[in-house]
Design a protein around this ligand. Structure first.
Ligand SMILES: Cc1cc2nc3c(=O)[nH]c(=O)nc-3n(C[C@H](O)[C@H](O)[C@H](O)COP(=O)(O)OP(=O)(O)OC[C@H]3O[C@@H](n4cnc5c(N)ncnc54)[C@H](O)[C@@H]3O)c2cc1C
Length: 535
């Protein structure tokens, strides 16, 4: 059993938990994060990737809309390499209520969001895939955001301030004495190693699992688990984020991310926070609604589908649609609420407002520890700017396009990856052509103490996330994987697990071009490599 002692333990390695860790560390508070999977294992990697302008919430929840636009502007400033400033559009079709557009426009302006009516013909010239039936269009400051990158950047920054994180480590028990938190017990789910961590404050940032974590302290926190399914297309169908101009509903947002586009989402209550399996019916429903905005949607290849579970807070969970529940967050001081000192829960909210949620939770924790140092996360960038000479050296080893992509992805780690490739020129070769990931980048990820599976490499580097979904880069990585002692014993199992996860997302969209791609993948792995016989 490993014994550790810190002032604050944070449970949950999503945007909220890593944001809290960074905030605490920047205030000089000793903090440790435990995450049951890899970072961004939960909802923070299973969402649209829309950095909301707030327009979507302006009519129903003006306070949330105001928070979104403020946080949108802050994240653009502190994490420029995590945000693609695409801009957004709200478009109306003839069947949508025209009166809603007036109410919406005035609500956006009142929330301080800049919206500008634009000519639908001009919008279509820039986005020819959009429906010619669009009657009105408004430009808004929506953006695309990379969830993995934000979460990893939070951790990198927090570590620079002395914070620690244990991934694949599940909180198992919460210890208390005289109604005060005294520590937690946790277990490494891969090795079985046990931890006893003493702490004065415990922050529950477990997203859709927040109810389960609170239950370890004998408390009830009402979390509605609301599953949303999304589809990834292998084209950039639109240049801006496109929202339907009507009250928020299913399938009404398209978000472009680099060369792909994400369409979502559905809203279905589930019992289990880990229930993120998309159903084919949800996919068909999404396509039916999406076709109203992009009539030729069926012409494009669907790469995969995936689902996330929204943690929606409601003090007394009621049955019914998640759409009617607020997307706002709740900060629960369990000392005031339940008489248990030292426990804080932060539940609900949106990815867009994670930094603000983290600030509020860290303020409360700091207050409990008698520390008055203020939050600095709104001002200090997540990365130091990359010195231009490193980009130049990167271009020489990886080529211009791959160097730029890697620099965006890697932030502070880029220099180390370039140096690795300079010392070992064979590592400059590209393993994943879709995402332009070099061998040096994969080796850097494999050497990290937070990498335990090929999936962890994928989340750190984007290997296998592009349009071929790992068909070509998985087997190329296998030889490299087997050179690392941590993976050597069972490297074929790592490959099988990786491919299984990719297949899980492809199965509900296996038709047309994607079926052809899947057959190619089957031919390579089953017929050529005899994968079934390998295991
Ligand atoms: C389909 C969908 C689309 C969305 N689209 C958007 C969008 O476009 N823009 C936006 O702003 N928001 C969006 N959201 C909302 C947003 O994704 C979430 O609000 C946000 O990611 C939640 O982050 P979190 O850190 O609070 O939770 P999570 O990311 O779920 O993190 C919680 C973590 O806690 C860990 N954990 C749980 N129990 C334990 C334990 N016992 N021990 C250790 N670790 C534990 C989990 O493994 C998990 O990684 C969307 C949500 C969904 C579902």
């Amino acid at each position: 059993m490993q014994k550790l002692s810190v002032q604050v333990v944070v449970v949950g390695g999503g945007a909220t938990g890593t944001g809290i860790l960074r905030d605490l560390a920047m205030r000089g508070i000793s903090a440790l994060l435990v995450e049951q999977g890899d970072l961004a294992h939960g909802t923070s990697s299973r969402f649209h990737g829309l950095l909301h302008s707030g327009c979507r919430y302006a009519v129903k929840d003006p306070a949330a809309a105001r928070e979104c636009i403020e946080e949108n502007m802050i994240l653009r400033r502190i994490a420029p390499n995590c945000v693609e400033i695409t801009g957004g559009l709200f478009v109306q079709l003839p069947e949508d209520d025209p009166a809603y557009a007036e109410e919406w426009e005035s609500a956006c302006r009142q929330a301080g969001i800049e919206v500008e009516e634009v000519d639908p013909a001009a919008v279509r010239r820039q986005n020819p895939a959009l429906s010619p039936r669009i009657t009105r269009a408004f430009a808004v400051p929506d953006c695309a955001v990379d969830g993995f990158r934000v979460v990893w950047s939070n951790l990198h920054s927090a570590r620079r301030y002395g914070a620690r994180a244990l991934t694949y480590t599940r909180l198992k028990a919460i210890e208390q004495q005289n109604s005060c938190i005294t520590g937690v017990r946790a277990e490494n789910v891969l090795t079985g190693e046990q931890y006893h961590i003493e702490c004065q404050v415990l922050i529950n940032a477990a997203g859709p699992w927040a109810g389960e974590v609170a239950a370890l302290a004998g408390l009830e926190v009402g979390v509605i688990k609301d599953k949303g399914t999304l589809i990834a297309f292998n084209h950039r169908l639109v240049q801006q984020v496109v929202n339907r101009l009507r009250p928020p509903g299913d399938g009404d947002i398209f978000v472009p991310h680099g060369p792909i586009t994400i369409l979502g989402t559905t809203s279905l209550p589930v019992e289990n926070p880990a229930d993120n399996r998309p159903q084919q019916k949800e996919v068909l429903d999404l396509l039916a609604i999406g076709r109203e905005i992009i009539p030729d949607l069926d012409e494009y290849r669907l790469i995969r589908t995936f689902a996330g579970v929204r943690p929606l807070y409601q003090e007394v969970p009621l049955a019914g649609s998640g759409r009617s529940v607020s997307r706002n967050y709740a900060l629960l001081d369990h000392q005031q609420r339940d008489g248990l000192a030292g426990l804080i829960s932060i539940v609900g909210g949106k990815f867009t407002t994670f930094r603000l949620m983290a600030e509020k939770a860290a303020d409360l924790a700091a207050g409990k520890l008698g520390i008055s140092r203020p939050c600095r996360t709104a001002g200090e960038p997540l990365f130091d700017p990359l010195p231009p000479e490193w980009l130049e050296r990167g271009r020489k080893v990886f080529g211009v396009a791959a160097a730029h992509k890697a620099a965006e992805r890697l932030g502070d780690d880029f220099a180390a990856v370039v140096a690795r490739a300079e010392q070992n020129p064979e590592q400059a070769r590209i393993l994943c052509e879709c995402e332009l990931v070099s061998q040096a980048e994969v080796e850097q990820a494999l050497a990290a103490d937070t990498t335990f599976t090929l999936g962890d490499v994928r989340r750190k580097t984007r290997l296998g996330m592009g349009t071929c979904q790992g068909t070509f880069c998985s087997y190329r990585s296998l030889g490299i994987l087997s050179r690392y002692p941590r993976f050597a014993a069972d490297h074929r199992q790592y490959l099988a697990d990786f491919l299984q996860k990719r297949w899980k997302g492809m199965r509900p969209v296996l038709w047309g071009q994607q079926l052809r791609e899947a057959q190619l993948s089957t031919a390579i792995y089953s017929a050529l490599f005899g994968m079934e016989r390998m295991l």
